[in-house]
Write a protein that binds this ligand. Structure first.
Ligand SMILES: Nc1nc2c(c(=O)[nH]1)N[C@H]1C(S)=C(S)[C@@H](COP(=O)(O)OP(=O)(O)OC[C@H]3O[C@@H](n4cnc5c(=O)[nH]c(N)nc54)[C@H](O)[C@@H]3O)O[C@H]1N2
Ligand SMILES: Nc1nc2c(c(=O)[nH]1)N[C@H]1C(S)=C(S)[C@@H](COP(=O)(O)OP(=O)(O)OC[C@H]3O[C@@H](n4cnc5c(=O)[nH]c(N)nc54)[C@H](O)[C@@H]3O)O[C@H]1N2
Ligand SMILES: [Mo]
Length: 760
């Protein structure tokens, strides 16, 4: 194996959006993986990965930081940068890490560093940054994700497993294609989403599986404000409740089953705890209001007869209930997930193939596939000597309110006093809500360091910007859960500018901080790859499959991995409720949860409930802000990654984000297709381009996430001219149980932009 060098033959490589083949012969060529039945169009973005206009070509230090030294500074985000040598940037970074830890302790250094970074088992930036700080003196970390913040706290209490376990094991595409009779998808199973998977995938099978199910006669019901959240192949019935009201709709489905004697009492008695308390809420015994279809209809806007009919159909068929991530990335997001689980319990299908409950099916490419039978190469993380953390979406609260207290999962916690922030492999100016507030929060630390390949808004808010390579510029090993290949990811391109891998950056910092031996263990990048490969190789050999040595593996396109049967904790529980009891307090699925009830939270009671949100179409705030914005995942890219690339641009208009809206809502505002609009919320404003669209329900507008934040002051108002919806969203936790992100939905108003041409 040689140091990274250009490849003239096609080599297999992996991105989170797919395995592919690439070569470089003066020009970068990218072609799909030959086994992929539906290769993602998004791969086209990879061709633009080395575009020097968007890359950080050498280390930079912010002018204000150079002139004034480390200090809180509200010029971050608006300051200019001085190009410096690696020596100078590394000395400055290492000096700050040591100074902060010596003066204030490692508990004042935040390196939660949330983000997807890139595929690759060794160079994954999160693994690198966390190991590095664990080898030094530790750091304040973040817990849970933006994806599933509410479900990650809720589900261990009520099903004894993380949402990811349920998501990966409670149903497969094959079972759905072959056995489900009805699939009811709350939040849909959008094909745009099932392109993505952490680490990538070589086979995109969602569309084919949905088609097979529908051809066999399986019915689909899409519950979503957007018709495209299931593909046309599903021939789905489309129900569009008001956003944020799924919990009410699902409670009415439950109440219909209860009142009509359609609930599976035998299942409820044997496998659940607390049904009587939940039923008393449904019937109105506890609060005087029956949660019947008429009650729900007034909240969610779906006809009562339609709700009853759906409940009866669900009870008469082998029904799979799907609850998307998006439902819970919203105010009181705990409730629709818990309610959907309760509904599936009342239907009695949990643990049967093609029936029951599955979380976030279709949100990632590798869900619903058989797991691998060998461990994947894994860069060891070490142990963090600091045990402080924040729930990930509470970043602005932490920076703005040191010493402030908040509730989380039954605890009362205190925000640390953070003096330094280090980010590698994430874009907080993509993922966080209320970006104007985040910008104020980013003014507070004394020093911010970002490792980034690109000049993102996060890089533009840092004091020290260290240019990182992308996967195409370094050697790595590609692998992903539930994808049966190990990929020797040979570098395809030379590093762009002076970019270095995150490992090289942290090795150089480790040298300066006297922890080189601990961090590097005396290994070069090449030696690390060999060591990481060895664990997996030995496990493959133990299964009796071909397990070549590293040098042979390195010359292959990919190495097949053994797959195993699916361990489904819910099926095992069904087969043996005592022997395979769930890891909940009762050992069963909890429809009333003593633990959560015991927290005494006004915004998260002990059973699934309708808790009225602040920003929804049926509330008071909608009088002033009459449109519900869906800020969902972008179809043409992964989050903010490669936002500038050619395929990403197809989802925009003139480089600006597109705002889809119902034709009647557009007409009511005198808007035509292609008009520039300004979208405002109680937090901020952005520009977008109007697109009247029939497949969206009334009073809902959709602007996907991912446009690079570009704030500009126009007429005294700060406006993101690129159309990043996170200037509009609300920075509030899902509830005081989980404190998850609520970025999916907020209220807005839209009007025609009359301020003339605004360049990007
Ligand atoms: N309003 C709203 N907001 C949301 C959501 C929503 O639904 N609505 N969804 C949320 C969800 S589910 C998520 S997961 C988050 C995603 O948030 P992020 O994961 O933070 O978003 P990415 O754009 O993937 O950021 C990854 C960054 O890492 C950089 N990078 C790539 N490779 C490397 C590398 O090798 N080294 C280094 N140092 N950097 C690298 C990329 O250039 C990019 O800037 O967004 C959340 N935000
Ligand atoms: N192309 C692409 N795919 C991705 C990603 C990406 O960036 N790009 N990101 C990946 C990541 S990190 C994650 S976590 C997953 C996220 O998976 P999800 O969170 O499920 O994905 P979203 O696209 O944000 O939302 C799915 C749909 O939910 C619907 N929805 C919104 N609010 C409501 C509501 O109140 N009720 C109902 N019934 N429906 C509602 C919207 O119409 C939206 O299109 O996607 C993954 N897949
Ligand atoms: Mo996510």
């Amino acid at each position: 194996m040689s140091p990274a060098r250009p490849r003239r033959e096609f080599r297999t490589h992996a991105a989170h959006f797919g395995a592919f083949r690439a070569r470089f012969d003066g020009r970068l060529e990218v072609v799909p993986h030959p086994d992929d039945p539906e290769p993602p169009a998004m791969l086209a973005n990879v061709r633009d990965i080395a575009d020097p206009r968007y890359r950080v070509l050498q280390p930079h230090i912010r002018r204000g930081w150079l002139e004034n030294g480390p200090d809180p500074d509200d010029r971050r985000g608006g300051d200019d940068y001085v190009p410096v040598s690696w020596e100078r940037a590394l000395d400055a970074t290492a000096g700050e890490i040591a100074r902060i830890c010596d003066t204030h302790g490692a508990g004042s250094l935040f390196a939660g560093s949330y983000g997807w970074a890139s595929a690759g088992r060794f160079h994954h930036a999160q693994g690198q940054v966390h190991r590095f700080f664990n080898c030094y003196r530790g750091y304040v970390r973040s817990v849970n994700s933006y994806s599933a913040g509410a479900a990650e706290v809720l589900m261990p209490h009520i099903v004894g497993a993380s949402p990811y376990v349920i998501s990966r094991s409670a149903a497969t595409w094959r079972e759905m294609a072959e056995t489900s009779e009805l699939v009811v998808a709350f939040g849909g199973m959008a094909l745009k989403n099932s392109v993505i998977s952490p680490g990538g995938t070589s086979r995109h099978i969602a569309r084919g599986s949905i088609r097979r199910a529908a051809e066999r006669g399986c019915g689909f019901v899409l519950v979503s404000p957007l018709r495209d959240d299931l593909p046309p192949e599903a021939h789905a019935q489309w129900l569009a409740p008001r956003p944020l009201t799924d919990a009410a709709l699902i409670l009415a489905l439950c109440e219909t089953l209860r009142a009509e004697g359609l609930a599976d009492r035998a299942f409820l008695d044997r496998y659940t705890a607390g049904y009587e308390r939940f039923a008393a809420y449904l019937s109105g015994e506890t609060d005087g209001r029956r949660k019947d279809a008429e009650w729900a209809s007034a909240i969610c806007g779906i006809d009562a007869a339609v709700i009853r009919d759906l409940a009866r159909r669900m009870a008469s068929k082998r029904t799979l209930v799907v609850a998307s991530h998006s439902l819970q990335r919203a105010e009181h997001g705990e409730q629709p997930v818990w309610a959907a689980l309760a509904l599936a319990c009342m239907l009695g299908g949990i643990g049967l193939p093609g029936a029951g409950f599955i979380y976030s099916f279709g949100a990632m490419a590798n869900g619903g596939k058989p797991p691998l039978d060998v461990p994947l190469p894994t860069f060891p993380q070490g142990r963090n000597p600091v045990d402080d953390f924040i729930p990930v979406a509470r970043i602005s609260d932490m920076l703005l309110d040191p010493g402030g207290t908040y509730a989380y999962n039954g605890q009362r916690r205190t925000y640390p006093d953070i003096r330094m922030v280090y980010w590698a492999g994430g874009n907080p100016f993509h993922h966080q809500q209320d970006l104007k507030r985040l910008a104020r929060a980013f003014a507070r630390p004394e020093t911010i360091v970002v490792n980034e390949p690109f000049w993102t808004a996060a890089a533009r808010h840092a004091d020290i910007v260290l240019p990182a390579t992308t996967t195409l510029e370094r050697d790595d090993i590609g692998a992903a859960a539930n994808d049966p290949y190990l990929i020797p990811m040979q570098a395809v391109l030379p590093p762009v500018g002076e970019a270095r891998s995150d490992y090289a950056i942290f090795s150089a910092l480790a040298e300066r901080l006297g922890i080189a031996e601990r961090f590097c263990e005396g290994r070069s990048e090449d030696e690390w790859l060999r060591a990481l490969y060895e664990t997996t190789r030995a496990a493959i050999a133990a299964k009796g499959m071909p397990a070549p040595d590293f040098d042979a593996f390195w010359e292959m396109q990919e190495l097949p991995l053994p797959v195993s049967g699916r361990p489904d904790p819910l099926a095992a529980f069904r087969a043996d409720p005592a022997g395979a009891a769930l890891a909940t307090k009762s050992g069963r699925i909890e429809l009333f949860c003593e633990t959560i009830a015991g927290f005494g939270l006004p915004d998260c009671p002990g059973h699934p409930a309708w808790v009225e949100p602040e920003e929804w179409l049926g509330g008071k705030a909608a009088e002033e802000w009459p449109l519900q914005l869906v800020a969902n995942q972008p179809a043409n890219k992964l989050h903010s990654q490669l936002d500038f690339a050619s395929h990403s641009r197809l989802e925009k208009s003139g480089g600006r984000a597109v705002l889809a809206m119902h034709p009647d809502d557009a007409a009511a505002r005198g808007l035509r297709d292609g008009d520039t609009v300004i979208v405002r919320s109680p937090r901020g404003a952005c520009l977008a381009v109007a697109a009247p669209t029939p497949g969206i329900c009334r009073h809902v507008v959709k602007m996907p996430t991912g446009a690079w934040y570009r704030p500009r002051t126009i007429g005294g108002e700060t406006v993101c001219v690129a159309g990043n919806p996170n200037v509009l969203t609300r920075d509030a936790g899902t509830s005081s149980l989980a404190q998850g992100s609520t970025g999916q939905l907020c209220l807005v108003e839209v009007e025609k932009w009359t301020g003339g041409e605004v360049p990007l």
